[in-house]
Design a protein around this ligand. Structure first.
Ligand code: ZN
Ligand code: ZN
Ligand code: FE
Length: 762
């Protein structure tokens, strides 16, 4: 019996090879009909023998190309009609404007086979790609997504490439970046002055240069990398010195999972995440001994590792030339990653000995993404290349909102319907270049999504550049959102929660509604608002930002607060290490209350403890003390926990750290190893947070807890608190889609602003 069915598909199915896939599926089964893009996704009509049509529908999801994300399939019966073929039709009116731009995708297995096949016409061609892989987001100028609106526009296809592009049965059907050696982009090797280096094969020459210990700037997908051989201590040290990056770990790229296994511990979830098409950098526990130079990730138990994702990377690693390469963002310390050839030369000329460049322009900066496995889930630390611009799918339709994020690890967010689009990692808005990048990211998101926001959401901190940018906009409603409320709302949004929750938001800095610096906050919150139910007791930040850079100041601040001047007479190793004059200076500052704002920051508590137990006195990158405190932790079943006190003040609970510091000083006197003290501190913090949640549950009857904020990048804290809360019968929600830190902030801001907008009478 011949039947005809209509199939409506919703999800991410446009610009990802879905229509050619459907075409092949239908033609293989000798079915007739058509496929077209629709505003919600794709519409298919298919006609043929009932069994063949059933088989077609059954396989639709199962064999879809890797980038396709189908959210729903609905099927209806249609009357049969006269038709002789299966066609790919032009898009419905309005469909093109809704086409989602795909993220950049690691080179696929088919292209890799061709890359290393001497009989293939793209043998060793470093820009090979197809419908299933290659650059996307980073080469898009505008929508709809076709070649003319990408940086491939300047490369007219040769007749062979053109034929592939036009053949629905070819893997390169409508692959916009399709190219070959005859018609596509080419590599060039430059010296540090930008003079071309004569070479038959730039890749083989770069392999030799890296072997010789050179620093080579490599143009990648979303920007330049600086590369050195990761097994050569001198080369790594040289890169550190030139980049003026003292201790912050470098990411390393290794050719395959087997090689990574030589220096890192791998489990199945890590293997899977590393090999996914996004190819993020993943933090993995080091194995000891290992052949990687110590300078790659000093004083850290983890390596940040990733696999090759462009054909160029694979060519560099071919013939097992390297065990691992340091691949760090090509930028001057905190500036955005360089993308243009001349821009890179100007920014990196002093840093790199050679430049491997090409003539395909990168139009969007996009750093590598960073993930970590926490409680057997992949958690985002930096959501960027490979993930952007895939939206976060929401539970409801939202009005269009622009949220501009925070100051550090900035991202922005734009909503459209049931999707929230977060930008790539913009970084720290501390210089003009980063600020320009921020404006670019907003402009580009609005353009590719064709959305004009009705409201702008920003952080309450008056000095943040993003906040100032928002306040300078005119003719549009704007709304300031409290930092920790936004963190909790972000966690609620990605978990599709509604209603009120207990929110534990722990981070370094967030502007409070009382004008103080918050950061150890337990809220009861929904999208409409929040109540500050508990927080870490206030302590002074002696010297303001200087206290953030110098954790030893925080140790002194806590000791002074709890014990007054007499702590100076107690035997504490920190006091032996620090010049007495410096300590005295900070104590006087505290006594006089000069330049010592109050904070309830959890990050600063980590700093104070890290300095006191001798882990870190000064830092050279953000959150270094907290990272090193976690790194030195020696877990033990009977390690014990430092006590904290909980004091009720009005209706808000204060977490008092005095008993904790008393116990810590006792341990210091007993010469307890740092790893044990770190463990007791972490356990104590987990216990007190769990007990506060318990008290709140009794008081307000809430049983759902959201964990958010940068401190939850600490796997020990995140895993143990989650476990403890679950033991106590709480439902616990954490982040997996966006980072728990400020990279996820814009999502929460957008949710709260959208809610506010929806409450207003129209
Ligand atoms: Zn491919
Ligand atoms: Zn060609
Ligand atoms: Fe934060």
């Amino acid at each position: 019996m011949v039947v005809r069915r209509g199939i409506e598909i919703t999800g991410l199915v446009q610009g990802v090879g879905f229509r050619p896939y459907i075409y092949r599926l239908a033609v293989q089964r000798h079915l007739r009909g058509s496929v077209r893009n629709s505003p919600a996704g794709a519409s298919i009509e298919v006609q043929g023998p009932a069994e063949a049509v059933d088989d077609f529908v059954a396989r639709l999801r199962a064999e879809a190309p890797p980038l396709v994300q189908i959210t729903s399939v609905s099927v209806c019966e249609l009357p049969c009609c006269l038709e002789t073929e299966f066609r790919i039709c032009p898009s419905e009116v309005g469909a093109e404007a809704r086409v989602l731009v795909s993220p950049d995708v690691a080179v696929c297995g088919d292209c890799l086979r061709e890359l290393f096949d001497p009989t293939d016409r793209r043998y060793r061609y470093p820009f090979i790609n197809c419908t299933n892989c290659g650059p996307r987001f980073t080469i898009v100028r505008d929508i709809p997504y076709d070649r003319a609106r990408t940086s491939m526009a300047v490369f007219p296809m040769c007749s062979l490439c053109r034929a592939e592009y036009n053949d629905p049965l070819n893997r390169r059907f409508h692959a916009q970046p399709n190219a070959c050696r005859d018609c596509g982009p080419q590599l060039q090797l430059w010296d540090s002055e930008g003079r071309p280096v004569q070479t038959e094969d730039p890749i083989r020459t770069v392999q030799k240069l890296l072997h010789g210990g050179a620093v080579v700037a490599l143009k990648g997908l979303g920007g330049f990398h600086l590369a050195v051989d990761a097994t050569q201590p001198d080369a790594v040290a040289c890169l550190r010195e030139r980049k003026r990056r003292v201790e912050k770990p470098f990411a390393i790229m290794a050719p395959d999972l087997e090689t990574i296994e030589q220096f890192c511990q791998l489990d199945d979830s890590a293997r899977q995440a590393l090999s996914g098409f996004q190819r993020p950098i993943m933090l993995l526990p080091k194995k000891f001994p290992n052949p990687v130079a110590d300078g790659v990730a000093p004083r850290n138990r983890f390596f940040g590792v990733f696999l090759p994702y462009t054909p160029l990377h694979h060519l560099l690693f071919a013939d097992r030339h390297f065990l691992a390469l340091v691949m760090t963002s090509g930028n001057r310390s905190e500036e955005p990653i360089a993308i243009g050839n001349q821009e890179a030369l100007a920014a990196l000329g002093q840093l790199a000995d050679y430049f491997l460049v090409h003539n395909r322009d990168i139009l969007r900066r996009c750093d590598d993404s960073v993930v970590r496995v926490v409680a057997s889930r992949v958690q985002q630390l930096r959501r960027s290349r490979g993930y952007v611009p895939v939206p976060v799918f929401l539970r409801w339709e939202l009005p269009p909102v622009l949220a501009v994020g925070g100051e550090l690890k900035n991202t922005v967010c734009l909503t459209r319907g049931r999707a929230a689009f977060l930008s790539q990692h913009v970084g720290d808005l501390e210089n003009l270049e980063a600020y320009r990048f921020f404006e670019e990211a907003i402009e580009h998101l609005q353009r590719i999504l064709q959305v004009t926001p009705r409201i702008i959401a920003y952080d309450l901190h008056p000095d943040y550049l993003a906040t100032r940018w928002a306040q300078e906009r005119t003719g549009i409603e704007r709304i300031g959102i409290q930092h920790h409320h936004a963190h909790i709302a972000a966690c609620m949004a990605e978990n599709h929660l509604d209603g009120r929750v207990i929110g534990i938001a722990l981070d370094g800095t967030g502007y409070g509604t009382d004008g103080r610096i918050w950061g150890g906050e337990i809220l009861t919150a929904d999208y409409a608002g929040f109540t500050r139910a508990a927080h870490l007791a206030y302590v002074h930040l002696p010297g303001g930002v200087a206290a953030i850079r110098e954790p030893w100041r925080m140790a002194v601040s806590y000791l002074w607060q709890h014990f007054g001047r007499k702590f100076l007479a107690t035997p504490i190793p920190l006091l032996d290490r620090m010049p007495a004059r410096d300590v005295e200076f900070v104590v006087r500052m505290l006594e006089r209350g000069v330049n010592s704002p109050l904070t309830s920051s959890c990050g600063r508590l980590f700093d104070g403890v890290a300095a006191l137990i001798g882990v870190t006195d000064r830092i050279s990158y953000e959150a270094q003390a907290a990272v090193e405190l976690e790194m030195c932790l020696e877990p033990g079943p009977a390690a014990g926990a430092y006590p904290f006190a909980v004091v009720a003040e009005n209706s808000c609970l204060q977490i008092d750290t005095r008993p904790m510091f008393e116990a810590l000083l006792d341990d210091l006197r007993m010469n307890m190893p740092a790893g044990v003290m770190s463990c007791r501190f972490h356990n104590g913090l987990v216990a007190v947070l769990a007990s506060v949640a318990e008290q709140l549950r009794r008081r307000v009857g809430l049983n759902r807890v959201c964990l958010s904020g940068g401190c939850f990048q600490n796997a020990y804290l995140a895993e143990h608190l989650e476990e403890k809360l679950q033991e106590n019968g709480f439902q616990v929600f954490t982040h997996t889609v966006v980072p728990p830190g400020d990279g996820g902030l814009s999502l929460g801001q957008a949710m709260i602003a959208a809610h506010r907008l929806q409450q207003q009478p129209t």
